[in-house]
Design a binder for this molecule. Structure first.
Ligand code: B12
Length: 241
């Protein structure tokens, strides 16, 4: 059992999320949703870092080198943030584990992941449970604050938490199909997400991955997978910018 109240934990998290208007965060009750490896944890902290609007607007028809660099910088920045938060939490005897923004290629986790393109923790699930947003038609997490224009990371903690926001159980995209229409891989079939609708029923992740690979090869002449057209296209991200 941890020795800090949720308010204390929140203070620690907030201290590391600066400038605060570039971030969203929230607490999620994850009981019953985690794989056995994480059995000691019952809650999650979802952290989202806003992507740069100018860079996102410029990838309407395909990724750019600038977007690729941005995405790497975001991964690094988020990694440092979750590291620092976990260090502070552990100093205060809160048992926690950070989950990185991305899967490192050729790590021991990479091979099993490749089979079905599912990682051991979905950041989007932590984020919907924290009530920060929902899943869109191209399987992006669409936040209430930045639309899908954000990069996510998570921290799992042992103690129970009180999500300040109600978890969001279904899509709020309605009849909007912009991301699905713009997807160059035609990976989405237009069906709306809810917590009982698995990814594979509305989104073909393999098709998406292949297209990301083609873009990466065209741009860098090597095995880099990147796209971002759906992230750029979402009207919710655009309205805000
Ligand atoms: C595997 C993976 C891929 C694969 C498969 C993508 C996919 N959609 O599953 C490939 C290589 C194709 C890919 C591509 C891209 N990816 Co990617 N990828 C991941 C990774 C590592 C794991 C995702 C995973 O496990 N998927 C398996 C399915 C089952 O889970 P899911 O898609 O995350 O979400 C499902 C569950 O969360 C469920 N769910 C949600 N809430 C709840 C609640 C309950 C109670 C339940 C039961 C279920 C549930 O609903 C979703 C649909 O079923 C995550 C990082 C991470 N650890 O989460 C990044 C991540 C999803 N990728 C991301 C991005 C940005 C991309 C790209 C745009 C690449 C780029 N940077 O240019 C593309 C576009 C992808 C797209 N439109 O989905 C971001 C998404 C940000 C966002 N706004 O959503 C993530 C979160 C990385 C990050 N740190 O921000 N990616």
């Amino acid at each position: 059992m941890g020795s800090l109240s949720q308010t204390d934990i929140e203070q620690i998290v907030k201290k590391h999320l600066l400038p605060s208007n570039h971030f969203i965060y929230g607490f999620a009750d994850l009981r019953g949703l985690l794989i056995p490896e994480f059995r000691e944890f019952s809650s999650g902290i979802s952290i989202g870092k806003k992507l740069d609007d100018t860079i996102l607007d410029s990838i309407e028809h395909g990724p750019t080198r600038e977007y690729y660099e941005h995405y790497r910088e975001m991964n690094l920045a988020l990694e440092q943030i979750i590291d620092a938060i976990c260090r502070d939490l552990r100093k205060n005897k809160v048992n926690c584990i950070k989950v990185s923004p991305t899967v490192v290629m050729n790590s021991k986790e990479f091979k099993p992941y490749l089979k079905d393109l599912r990682y051991k923790l979905s950041h989007k699930m932590v984020a919907t449970r924290a009530g920060l947003g929902w899943i869109g038609k191209t399987d992006l997490f669409v936040s209430k604050t930045f639309g899908p224009r954000l990069r996510l990371a998570s921290i799992l903690i042992e103690q129970n938490s009180n999500p300040g926001n109600r978890p969001i159980d279904k899509s709020r995209c309605g009849t909007c199909d912009v991301c699905a229409d713009k997807c160059p891989a035609h990976a989405a079939n237009g069906r709306l997400w809810d917590i009982h609708t698995d990814r594979d029923l509305f989104f073909d992740a393999q098709k998406c991955r292949e297209q990301c690979g083609r873009f990466g090869m065209d741009l860098f002449k090597k095995e880099i997978r990147i796209c971002g057209i759906c992230v750029s296209a979402c009207p919710l991200g655009r309205i805000r910018s």
